[in-house]
Ligand binder design. Sequence first.
Ligand SMILES: Nc1ncnc2c1ncn2[C@@H]1O[C@H](COP(=O)(O)OP(=O)(O)OP(=O)(O)O)[C@@H](O)[C@H]1O
Ligand SMILES: [Mg+2]
Length: 241
Amino acid sequence: MSDAILSIEGLSKQFQLHEQHKLIPSCAHVALQVFSGELCALIGPTGAGKSSVLKCIYRTYLPSAGRMLYRDAQGHVTDLAQASEHRMLALRQNDIGFVTQFLHCLPRKSALDVVAEPLMSRGADRSLAHYKARELLARLNVPERLWGVPPATFSGGEKQRVNLARGLIARPRLLLLDEPTASLDPATTERVIELLQAIKAEGVAMLAIFHQPGLVQRLADRVVELKPPVAATDLLETCAS
Ligand SMILES: Nc1ncnc2c1ncn2[C@@H]1O[C@H](COP(=O)(O)OP(=O)(O)OP(=O)(O)O)[C@@H](O)[C@H]1O
Ligand SMILES: [Mg+2]
């Protein structure tokens, strides 16, 4: 698999709608490689399956076909399409981070706790995790008055920055980013770009979905374009063929 951290071949995911006897494709025949210290941009029209690819890698979705070879720090290769839940839990805790399009958080946890949590679950003590969380929130321009407040009531852009800080704090080896600047103003977007550039320089491998060509141009070392998958097929036809 060369020296890529992640190498994907023939990845496809489809959903079965049993009531309507339909197979809904969400991504099809995806191939890509991600390298340490590089950002691979995933682009394509809405509905092309970009988020589905990230969800397959993180195993929120179980792929229908294909291989996703992940190489860990010891050089051990795991096919994420076949890995056990136990292995995936360990990889999510130590290796692979995912900044999703939306922040899902517990209503009573402060922003600081939400951001610090991935570091604490890796064994860091609370004061160090909070120190790093404060540093990141400040760097991402989140007003200090919000740090002690649960993010449930935050604006879209504030939530997005909390989500980013949470994804970045533990410095995963592979970081998956789903439209990380979608709800941010130009000045805040600039801060995020600087942070992603710094993280790239530290050697983190990133696979990121962007809709703005300007961001792709500035951040991407390679670009993979997804085409929308073909229309839904009839489940009975597929089974017969
Ligand atoms: N859980 C699911 N169940 C059924 N269909 C799904 C599911 N997840 C994704 N799909 C379908 O797969 C297709 C691709 O969705 P996906 O969210 O991956 O697209 P995307 O490229 O990220 O789009 P956008 O740019 O709008 O975020 C869509 O047609 C979507 O309806
Ligand atoms: Mg998406």
